[in-house]
Design a binder for this molecule. Sequence first.
Ligand SMILES: [Mn+2]
Length: 388
Amino acid sequence: MKILHTSDWHLGHTLYNYDRTEEQSDMLRQMEEIVKEHKPDLFLLAGDVFHTSQPSAAAQKMFAEALVSIHDANPQMTIVAIAGNHDSSSKHEIFRTPWEALKVYTIGNLSKEYIDNHIIEIPGKGYVIAVPYAYERNIPDGFFQLLLDTVAERNSENLPVIMTAHTTVKGCDFTGHDNTSESTIGGIDSIDIEQMGNGYDYLALGHIHHEQFVHTGKHNVRYSGTPIAVSFDENYPHSVSIIDIEKHGDKPNVKKVEITNCRPLATLPTEGVDTWENAKELLKNFPNNIPAYIRLNIEVDGFLPPDANAVAQHLTEGKQCKFCLINAKRKETIKGEVKTLTIQEFQEVNPIDIARRYAEDRGIDFDDELKDLFEETIKILTEETRSN
Ligand SMILES: [Mn+2]
């Protein structure tokens, strides 16, 4: 069985108000080409199809058309797409029934009563267990194992068993994600890999944007990562994963197929920080004909000139690149703690750290109990913000 594993398309994403339709369409075209060339039996999209739970009509159209094109590129292939934390679980399932006519399975809701909603059999090829993103407390204990056991009972032919989920597993590399702490990322609690049960041959994960294997000693748990960068800090190569598994119990063979971004996210200078004066030079000298998004990493003594953004914007006029932001770090911040933060710095600080600063400023002891209360509050707020 051959599988194409991808995740976190974030369709409809805008980067500093720039529409990314062109790049996302180009990425989808590459996806189609890869399917044509590799002819997988199964195409897995492990969540975060859209960037928001209220995607625009244009973004939804782009997704629907991409699914049809990807299906047409290899009509006998099964497509499974689960909802991620960015997606609306109920909207993800609206067209579940008509899509099935094209062997496309869109799984958005967690269905405890009817677990067959999560099991897709590909006759003669294998089984897919698809669990969309859900709040951890809504996932019954042993749910993954129950699904795996159900499949094990049916799997008389010893076919490969593939599981897909959108979650954070402990011990991952979070490069490129904002506001991360050891235990949560993007408002999702990290879980131990053991909680995902035993009996799958390959576990295709979504949520973490940096492609990686999760260390289990078996090389069969993997994040495919984003096909194109969602943020400037995702400055690593992007790809989809192609997996080959002969039969149940075999070690999967995994390779990456790189995806290129027709408008890459570039940071100037490429490493470290520079002064505002030097950064202006770098921007001025940036080639006219390279389409890119630009972020400037600047070190400042006090504060940046108030017109810095306008100046940077002006320097890119006539060029194909698009100026996005200045990431200004003050020397004191680089060295250590400061009392006042720039808006930029404020946005980058973890909410818990803001709470700690506030408490310390007022002479309140920010102990573990207070920290837990804050984390709980943030969790509730995050859940409430995610509308279905
Ligand atoms: Mn994502």
